[in-house]
Design a protein. Structure first.
Length: 184
């Protein structure tokens, strides 16, 4: 009788472990699908998550285009602009060229520079030479603060995560610090 009880106990433990594992897989799958926000690749499959590239030319090709900042340090940029009464049609933005040039608009000032070619294949997006050249115009404090935070994230050498049309900058603790959306 003792052997039968031990067998039943093992069966229950195995069943419980299997159930827990199955629930974990379902939750992880839901998280990935939520992160992709319903976007699909041209073939109908979920988009590939890119965090590094075989070469800098591959990185430039994947990142090339116009990007607009949609989230910064957990805050919606659109909501920040709306709350301040600012032009929501002109959020901070970034343009990446096929040759690795990087420029954009910080909220008040224009910025320009090049991507650090040594760090981009490893999945780090940062301006070469320690920073971007910027115009030096003054603006409302809220926009200056937004611009400073955006340029700080671009200068910090953040890891990148490219999923479909979303480019996330990720810090050392794997927290997303900024999200840009491809605009074309």
């Amino acid at each position: 009788m003792q052997a039968r009880n031990t067998s039943l106990t093992r069966l229950r433990v195995n069943h419980t472990a299997t159930t827990v594992l199955l629930v974990a897989v379902v939750i992880a799958s839901a998280s990935v699908l939520t992160a992709c926000q319903g976007r699909t690749a041209p073939n109908g499959e979920p988009p590939q998550v890119l965090t590094s590239f075989p070469s800098r030319s591959d990185a430039y090709a994947a990142l090339q285009g116009d990007w607009r900042l949609v989230e910064l340090r957990g805050q919606s940029v659109l909501e920040t602009l709306e709350a301040g009464g600012f032009d929501v049609d002109r959020p901070p933005s970034l343009n990446i060229t096929p040759q690795g040039g990087m420029g954009g608009f910080g909220g008040v000032n224009r910025l320009a520079g090049t991507i650090d070619a040594e760090r981009i294949p490893g999945g780090k997006l940062v301006f070469a030479g320690g920073g971007a050249a910027m115009t030096m115009m003054a603006g409302p404090q809220e926009l200056m603060d937004l611009e400073h935070a955006f340029v700080s994230e671009l200068s910090a050498g953040r890891s990148i995560r490219l999923v479909g049309n979303l480019l996330s900058l990720v810090d050392e603790s794997d927290s997303v610090t900024a999200v840009l959306e491809r605009s074309r």
